[in-house]
Design a protein around this ligand. Structure first.
Ligand SMILES: NC(=O)c1ccc[n+]([C@@H]2O[C@H](COP(=O)([O-])OP(=O)(O)OC[C@H]3O[C@@H](n4cnc5c(N)ncnc54)[C@H](OP(=O)(O)O)[C@@H]3O)[C@@H](O)[C@H]2O)c1
Length: 310
């Protein structure tokens, strides 16, 4: 099969479009014919990309853990996923991914694709929507009427973070550059702040939940916008427990996990018209280098998707 494989560490120039052995589903595994896959630019710097959690070096790893496709075969012991089912998934980061014509998924990772989306659109959903979902409902305990600040609100995680918080009945404030302010309001943000013109920490107060997707200095300025007892959740870099204590708030750092049941709930939200994927760019699989380089620019609106099957 054709696949993208990493021949070295760390940068898009190490990505090669080439022939690779087609995987076979082992016990408890599902083989998916991949139609499209979402680009996760930072994965080139993650340890899991190059070594399994057990410490085994991965040979010529295939990136890409957001997939949309069709079940092509099931391994022994898989009884609840039928051949031909249209599925979408976030797959584990330390296995070969979906920048290939075929990929392995686990039943615990694969959910039915949203009916209202095509495969390219569906591939833009899993990682980023699950990240926002888990931040709010596993870590923040978000409830209707609370105020949420999303930094980096026009990015991959941000566009779902704004829409899901809005659907959940929160008052949503998002930060982005000026070109994205109307876009954030269309997604459901009640307030949109241009970070290039206004310091959000000078105009935002009494927030219940900060979802920080930018990190660094932006995260440092986020503490003081929280009300006492609020929570700062970052997916960009771990927040300081000392700062959290000093401000009388909670801090959370987490890594998103595959979750079939949550992807099912997200598919329902999408099919009901409450949430939609935002796609910045679609490129053919062979142009993965270009896609990763563009993703690393830090100014993607939503997701970049690689089309695997024409
Ligand atoms: N821990 C986890 O499980 C997890 C999961 C997913 C992602 N992540 C991490 O989360 C971070 C965000 O990922 P992503 O895919 O959402 O990012 P992304 O799509 O690359 O973010 C790009 C967006 O960030 C905006 N932006 C850049 N600088 C900004 C600033 N100073 N203030 C506000 N907005 C700014 C840009 O808006 P403008 O173009 O308007 O500037 C652009 O829309 C990354 O570090 C990623 O590795 C972690």
């Amino acid at each position: 099969m054709k696949a993208i494989r990493l021949h070295g560490r760390g940068d898009p120039e190490q990505l090669f479009y080439e022939d690779a052995p087609q995987p076979e589903p082992g016990p408890g595994e599902v083989l998916v014919r991949v139609h499209a896959t979402g680009v996760i630019a930072p994965e080139l710097t993650w340890p899991e990309t190059y070594e399994t959690k057990a410490g085994k070096v991965r040979d010529l790893p295939i990136p890409g853990h957001d997939l949309s496709g069709v079940v092509a075969a099931v391994g022994p012991g898989v009884s609840d996923i039928a051949l031909g089912t249209e599925v979408y998934a976030l797959t584990a980061f330390d296995r070969d991914g979906a920048e290939a014509e075929y990929a392995i998924g686990l039943p615990s990772e694969l959910a039915s694709k949203p009916r209202s989306l095509d495969h390219v659109q569906a591939a833009a959903v899993p990682l980023t929507a699950l990240t926002a979902w888990q931040a709010y409902f596993e870590h923040a305990g978000l409830t209707a009427g609370q105020t949420v600040l999303v930094t980096g609100a026009a990015g991959g995680v941000g566009v779902f973070a704004v829409q899901i918080a809005s659907w959940a009945g929160a008052h949503v404030i998002g930060t982005a550059s000026g070109r994205n302010l109307d876009f954030l309001r269309e997604l459901g943000a009640h307030e949109a702040i241009d970070y290039t013109a206004t310091r959000f920490d000078e105009v935002v107060h009494d927030v219940d939940v900060v979802l920080d997707t930018v990190g660094g200095e932006t995260q440092e300025r986020s503490w003081k916008v929280l009300k006492k007892g609020g929570v700062l959740i970052s997916v960009a870099n771990p927040p300081s427990p000392e700062q959290a204590k000093a401000h009388g708030v909670r801090s959370v750092w987490f890594i998103v996990e595959p979750n079939r049941q949550q992807l099912g709930q997200i598919a329902e939200l999408i099919d009901a018209g409450h949430v939609r994927p935002i796609i910045d760019t679609v490129l053919p699989l062979a142009q993965a280098r270009q896609a990763f380089a563009q993703g690393a620019s830090g100014h993607t609106r939503g997701k970049i998707v690689l089309r695997v099957k024409e």
